[in-house]
Design a protein around this ligand. Structure first.
Ligand code: GLN
Length: 470
């Protein structure tokens, strides 16, 4: 079976009776098997997906299928799916089964999409390479010696290698966009609050956003349209609906941040790709301005102070009593807490809990946490000011293409630095998309990132279609 680019192509063949949903699921299952060594899936729902496909084939015959019939998707191991394991890539939740389904997954299922499996990720979404999973690292399908990016590495590789048509990942500081860039697929982080976080294991609640990996903008739009909107179970979810409109080509005004394109460590081919993108935008009637963003140096520290603080609070629920792992070696209540958490969490998660606890401690609260909150407000205001005068901000998604596995081993700071380009949209809560626009000399994909005002995803899709010729 061919590697379908868009859902409407799949649906055309389904309704013309050229293929069946069961054949489609079998095709992805074969690809999952063939690519087992990449470690993208932690669990495959083989018999369930095939049984569901049989039912949907019946519905198609009766013309009663939902709008996403034929869409086979995977979910990052941070999204709950009732009566299925969800572990957050962590030992602490190794045998934990979810009692309910996350709103985003549920909304896809209602429209007859089929979930094919649970995808590997960095533990609780903390990481940029998928090397922090308790269940082994994920390899990039284009070069097995390289990382796929993270934390949603399994979800990106699954779409890259046609193991499913789309994946739901999560993006707190770049975890959908950066792996999309490293794997050569499309990755959307919608506006914060666009999609309900109900059923998403929390990392940093004021940043966490469900995001969508796809091969086409068309599929990304239709999935966003289905899963966006108000949910009474998430008080922060927005009531703004998202509906697909015909994209009309406009003459856009685009800001390119000087500080991002002058970054130390920016791979020359990434910079070249940015220049080519700018040229092509200018040649097609758009205005591109080079703009200064002096706060660039503060974005990463602000992100890491606030997210570790929120993580230390959110992860306090994993205490050996409420969920998941309880140490067998405990002698009293305190040792149960300590040992369960020490045995259950990996190094990076422990580091972040300690950092977060430190910045929230009474003596340092004002020096770090309060200051970072103020910095966040300044970053939001400065970003919005640029977006008042421009339709978009354009910068590379990452400074480099996918790097070798183990490159930043033992150097957490170097790892944090690799998030430099993606955290601005996360701190500001605005939408951002990564689209694959070129390749480096090794054939590794280079992603460009476009940001827009909050709730302007439709415009992001329009410029992406323009740049991708979709
Ligand atoms: N790499 C970033 C971090 O480790 C982003 C992670 C994410 O978006 N979940 O925090």
């Amino acid at each position: 079976m061919k590697n379908y680019h868009r859902l409407d192509e799949i649906q055309k063949d389904l309704y013309d009776h050229k293929i069946t949903c069961q054949e489609l699921v079998s095709h992805y299952l074969e690809n999952i098997k063939r690519n087992e060594h990449l470690n993208a899936f932690l669990e495959v729902f083989e018999s369930e997906a095939l049984a569901k496909a049989e039912r949907i084939d019946e519905k198609i015959k009766d013309n009663k299928a939902g709008k996403l019939a034929g869409l086979i998707f995977g979910i990052k191991d941070l999204l709950c799916y009732q009566n299925h394991k969800v572990s957050g890539g962590s030992r602490i939740l190794e045998s934990f089964e979810s009692l309910f389904t996350s709103t985003a997954v549920q909304k896809l299922l209602v429209e007859d999409a089929i979930v094919i499996g649970r995808q590997n990720c960095d533990e609780f979404g903390m990481g940029s390479t998928n090397e922090n999973s308790a269940y082994g690292l994920v390899k990039n399908g284009l070069d097995k010696s390289r990382v796929p990016g993270g934390s949603s590495g399994g979800s990106a590789v699954a779409v890259q290698m046609d193991m499913c048509q789309i994946s739901l990942g999560t993006d707190t500081g770049g975890s959908v966009r950066q792996p999309a860039s490293f794997c050569g697929v499309i990755g959307l982080k919608p506006t914060y609050s666009r999609i309900s976080r109900w059923g998403l294991l929390a990392y940093a609640s004021s940043f966490d956003t469900i995001g969508i990996f796809s091969k086409s903008i068309h599929d990304n739009q239709i999935v966003l349209e289905t899963i966006a909107g108000k949910d009474d179970r998430d008080a922060t979810s927005s009531s703004q609906e998202f509906s697909i409109k015909e994209s009309t080509k406009a003459a856009w005004k685009i800001a390119v941040l000087e500080e991002a394109s002058n970054q130390e460590g920016l791979q020359s081919e990434v910079n070249d790709s940015l220049k080519v993108t700018i040229d092509s935008l200018e040649k097609t009637g758009n205005v591109v301005n080079r703009v200064n963003f002096p706060l660039m140096d503060y974005v990463l520290p602000t992100y890491y102070i606030l997210t570790t603080a929120e993580a230390s609070t959110n992860l306090s629920r994993y205490d050996g009593a409420h969920f998941g792992h309880r140490s067998a070696a405990t002698s009293n209540l305190e040792s149960m807490y300590k040992l369960s958490r020490t045995e259950g969490f990996g190094d990076e998660v422990r580091r972040r809990i300690m950092l977060g606890t430190f910045v929230l401690s009474a003596d340092y609260y004002d020096a770090y946490f309060t200051k970072a909150q103020k910095a966040r407000k300044l970053i939001i205001d400065a970003t919005n000011e640029i977006l008042e005068k421009h339709d978009f901000i354009l910068i590379p998604t990452a400074s480099t293409t996918a790097f070798p596995i183990g490159k930043h081993e033992g150097d957490p700071l170097a790892m944090y630095m690799s998030d430099l380009m993606t955290v601005q949209a996360s701190v500001s809560g605005i939408p951002a998309i990564s689209i694959p626009l070129s390749k480096d000399k090794y054939g590794l994909p280079i992603g460009m990132q476009i940001m827009s005002k909050a709730f302007d995803e439709e415009k992001l899709f329009a410029i992406s279609k323009h740049l991708l010729n979709e």
